[in-house]
Design a protein around this ligand. Sequence first.
Ligand SMILES: *Cc1c(COP(=O)(O)O)cnc(C)c1O
Length: 398
Amino acid sequence: MAHIEPHHGFSTRCIHAGQSPDPVTGAVMPPVSFSSTYAQSSPGEHAGFEYSRSHNPTRYAWERCIARLEGSELNESDDVTYGGFAFASGLAAIATLLDHLPANAKVVASDDLYGGTHRLFRQVRARSAGLRFEFVDASDPNQVADAVDAETALIWVETPTNPMLKVVDLAAIAAIGKEHGVLTACDNTFCSPAIQQPLTHGIDVVMHSSTKYLGGHSDVVGGVLVTGNPELATKLRFLQNSVGAVIGPMDAYLNLRGTKTLGIRMARHAETGIKLATMLEAHPKVERVVYPGLASHPQHAIAQKQMRSGGGMITATLAGGLDASRTFLESVNLFTLAESLGGVESLIEHPAIMTHASVPAADRAALGIDDGLVRFSCGIEEADDLLEDVDHALSKVS
Ligand SMILES: *Cc1c(COP(=O)(O)O)cnc(C)c1O
């Protein structure tokens, strides 16, 4: 295993954390280990691998890497609880974490969540596990504290939130969880550990859709959970194997490969993010821009405290409602109109019609997800080309 020193920087960890050349061949990248089962020399005697849902070396390499990047210090032990757990998708990771909660427990969650998370909570687990969900504006920690009661088993936050990019004070949320003995979890998909490491602020579990910035190339679906708590890690490993929503070896490999360049990609996403947000904010056809790196962002001070940059996601409201946003979205060239985010290519979307269509219209209105709202995922193309593309598309809006 490459020996990571405490002073080693983020990109060094991206490339070496949890990884070492293959002991048999010296291969620098881990082989993609497709075998579903492993030979035993005598009943129960094996090299630590029995069956691929339970143990897979390619998945382990990816899990070790992401655990280290998120700041989990757990080491590999007999039951392989080093703190990172990879799943078939982000939602599979969340569903498995929900399986950790007792039936009928209460979950306090941010009101402005990824649409699929909201759907899993409200339309699936409320019915199948009796979970109760209370949604609050978690950018105000008092609302979270007020919602926690004796049945509350989990506080779930996203920061920045999707799509309104509200920033949640992670240290304040962690403190509320500790005070009430409630597990805290943060969906860190929008930042990636290059920008924000929730465990270092006291959050118990980090979740990612590794489909986004971690994979980084829009060619793989995956999810992870990471914790630094050894008891919780043992339980998550048990649940990962018992529920079985594991990532496959090829997808684990693609995540590992994508994450090698996470440090430099995120720096570029954020560099373009602030340039485009600044341009949009000054544009007469744009009513409002939300970007954590702008001084105008309502929680800019908290963003500066816990984020290394403003990231690559921008939300903007065009003057002129649906007509304006439709014309604009049809006129962009380099930005591809598509759901998802976090890839090398720039994407743009209309939350009310696309990603957040499953959120009830009244809730969308209350959150400010109106018809003029568009969400940008800045890719790593040349920033000047992207700005020119957006400027040109805005000129088509009457
Ligand atoms: C995409 C996404 C998810 C869901 O992940 P999948 O990999 O699509 O299952 C959860 N949270 C956020 C913030 C996301 O962007």
